[in-house]
Design a protein around this ligand. Sequence first.
Ligand SMILES: *Cc1c(COP(=O)(O)O)cnc(C)c1O
Length: 851
Amino acid sequence: MSISSLITRANYITDYYKEFRYKQLLTDSRKLAIPHDTIFFAIKGQRHDGHNFIKKLYDKGVRYFIIEDEEAALRNFKNAQEAEGAQLLLVKNSIRALQELAAHHRKQFKLPVIGITGSNGKTIIKEWLSELLADSFQIIKSPKSYNSQIGVPLSVWELSEEHTLAIFEAGISQPHEMEYLEPIIQPNIGIFTNLGSAHDEGFKDRLEKATEKAKLFENCKYLISRDIYSAVNTAILHLKERKGDPHFFGWTTQDVSIYPSAVDMRYLDPNVGGVNVGLYDPHTNQKLNFYLPFSNPAHVENCLHCIVTMLLFEYKEKEIQEKINKLKAVEMRLELKQGIFNCSLIDDTYNNDFGGLQVALDFLLQQSNKPKRTVILSDMPEENQKGLYEKIFQLCAKKGVGRVIAIGENIKRTLLPDTETLIDVKFFTTTEDFLGDFADGDIRFGNEAILIKGARKFEFEKIVEALELKVHGTKLEINLNSLAHNLDYFRSLISPRTRIMAMVKAFGYGSGSNFEIAHLLQYHRVDYLAVAYVDEGIALRNEGIRTPIMVMNPSIDSFEKMYVHKLEPEIYSVATLKRYVEYAKEKAYHLNLAEFGADIKDVFKIHLKLDTGMNRLGFATSDLPILLSLIKAVGESLEVASVFTHLAAADDNQMDDFSSQQIKEFEEWAAELEQQLGYSFLRHAVNSAGIIRFKNAHFEMVRLGLGLYGIDSSKKAQEYLLPISSLKATISQIKVVHPNESIGYSRKGKVERISKIATIAIGYADGYDRRFGNGVGKVYLHGELAPTIGNICMDMCMVDVTEIEDAKEGDEVIIFGEYPTVTDLANTIGTIPYEILTNVSERVKRIFYAD
Ligand SMILES: *Cc1c(COP(=O)(O)O)cnc(C)c1O
């Protein structure tokens, strides 16, 4: 049998619909759950080609593959026998095939489908609506923010007979994308959330963006939208001209004629921790009054979209109010918390549905720094679905979960398949039963990662409360998604063949522990990590990091430790090279003796640093002859893995001539070395600013540091990066101080009027520099900046909050984050962002989260 006989050309993927109907669709090979039930879509991405993972998936038991590149797919197998039973369906475009299949699936069902698009608020509106409407419908919704060209079909694929309402979100970043999403979602109710600056760069102007987004509503019977976005209004008018008159439920603060059933909304009383609004019922034209328990304008807007949707479904005023009262400003994020007994907790107590569970389990897997994994799970809202809980237990087992604590009357009735799953399941009827057993010591935890995921009424926040390690006050929050976003941005700047070495030295530029960050980078397939010291490298290995690691400052007595932990030294001087060569020669000899003729050879990889003008560490040109003779003396067991240099002023355009000279010199050195050694190695020269500013010097690898953490010191690309960390502290006490009094040490703080002074729990020992004292530094709270007053103390400092009426004890204040930024702080005291970040002291609690 020839190998190409494995391939079937599939002109119409929908011909396979019946066969595929109950299987899982997979586009990311890392997220494989149930192999024999999976159809893998091999997609060619910018950096990764899904076709490269076919063999790996085949070996795990996957048999169905949708491919678009015949040659790339066949490269996985040597012959037809090796691929026995595999079905490779060749299509023109794998993403389109996935979309066509999902669109066909959608056509099988008749039900209300809410399609949400807009710049902000999509996910929160979806989550809120699904909670508000939960009593009346069996709801399916997109998990988290699955709203892309791939996320949408994957979400819609989960639609099945028992659902009575669907809520899907759609996001686009370029023209024409919505044309593919509309037929997959086929919404009959549309919500246009709002229009902001997100993805502006992909469109000619706001009107084009609004018009593209509005394509989601081509076939909607009802459309909900707000009137203050003029581009949205125009886009909707165009849609109306083309499509006749869908029923518009706009809510308005003005009186705009395109909203025939406009609800007249007025903010009445925005001063009581929420707002009162009056609006008219679009069915009866009766005036209704609501109190919205939010003061944040974005939440108010999102909530109004929800209210109008409920009015559409003919909910009554009182019922709506009751349900709104229970809404919380949702934490849309999976939070990684430190637990007691050396556990880590993933707090996902808001969401509970199958799609969300899959996302959370992947997060659990990604944070695999604990040997054991436990899931605490409640009844699910979609529980009419046949075999749902069986499917869940199976999924948990596949994702390496060792124990499930299942709470709820319904989940308790699940019959466990006894042999297949090696999973320990404990059932409880209520959250209180579980907490009781936990308090009595009948159920224990230790050194494990715990995912806590439950429907709202189970109040799993009580479980989080019981298991969380209590540390007070000052904290540094780190957004792992923003980090991934920044990594993607830098990837878009380099060629797909160029590798990335991510700098995680100094505890990930002050992020605290670099485990979480290293796990994320490993998950996103970064090629190398670099740390400053051997101990940092060992700690990463102990946490299960397998990515190659370079150590920049290896001490000569640590070679053995490095060998054991597979760490690769940077060698920068003849003296260290001599010591390392001696070590390697001896070690290689012993290894060969011990291996009794085995032909396994250990290779000692080193990275050579050349000094081309930084005058810090590195070989000088005159070292070249001795360098070569030393390396050659060891023979094959010593390998130069890379050769690199560091630019002294990559971020400064005044110094570009100097930088170019460095690059040129480096290139010549590297060429000479390559010729003399007789093999090639990776060359790397640029840091974050260099990646942005010296596109001709990326060579085979780049070293990404500060940019990953959201800061561009060259300022050219700052707008494309997201800040990843936010330093927060709380107000411990507020005092009224009179003009004849003083504040703090040396009586430096003085006021000229009766003032309200807040003491906040952060001082120079936490990394808040003393230079921020006496009004130089400003902290952010209640939407305003408050200046420091008096000297900064060791553990606390004082700020003047006279102007901020709402400020009260216990309030959170932001030292840096989205605003003010790390760069703002650095500028005010004349230092650089690197120093501000790495100064945040170890005692400040770190919180990692993904949103
Ligand atoms: C820290 C470091 C980098 C990263 O620099 P950034 O400016 O943070 O991107 C690159 N190379 C070397 C040798 C470094 O020490």
